[in-house]
Design a protein. Structure first.
Length: 175
């Protein structure tokens, strides 16, 4: 009977660990759609994307970002700055772009959520080589692997081995 319990315990723990790992593996961040272009003064934050991802405006335009997601986002300029940038669901912020240039921005809360405002003819407002990513390269593991996933799998394997070993020890020590 104990062997039957142990035989069920190990696969159940392994299955639970794989289920947790699968959720982590399939979780995403940032925008998963391709680049979209638009003309106007409005950017919607929806589906963890800026829409459009490339916005063309004329000098002096006031661009408004509207959060249409149920989660918090931020609008942080890369190489340019603005005031408070946190947007809760339904909130908006605006920024005036008085001069021609290329103004990239991102949401540092969601890796990969990036976009750009191109003002006028698109001549760079700052040399593009100076522009730094809003999210440092160290924000994700270099190999693409998740270290917490490996730790969870190892912990599940250790728990299964411990349970199996304790079950065998009890079975051997009883007369």
């Amino acid at each position: 009977m104990r062997r039957g319990i142990i035989a069920l315990f190990v696969p159940v723990i392994t299955g639970a660990a794989l289920l947790v790992a699968a959720q982590t593996a399939f979780a995403g961040g940032g925008c998963h759609q391709g680049a979209t272009q638009g003309v106007g003064t409005r950017v919607d934050l929806t589906g963890m994307c800026f829409s459009p991802t490339i916005l063309y405006v004329q000098p002096g335009a006031i661009v408004t970002w509207s959060n249409r997601d149920s989660m918090r986002h931020e609008v942080v300029g890369t190489g340019w700055s603005r005031g408070p940038s946190t947007l809760e669901d339904g909130q908006t912020i605006s920024q005036t772009f008085p001069t021609a240039g290329i103004f990239p921005y991102s949401c540092p809360l969601h890796y990969g959520m990036n976009a750009v405002v191109i003002v006028g003819d698109g001549k760079a407002s700052v040399p593009l080589a100076v522009i730094q990513p809003a999210v440092p390269a160290t924000a994700s593991p270099r190999s693409g692997a998740d270290p917490w996933l490996l730790l969870a799998l190892l912990a599940a394997a250790a728990a299964g081995a411990l349970g199996y070993g304790l079950g065998r020890r009890r079975a051997v020590t009883r007369p």
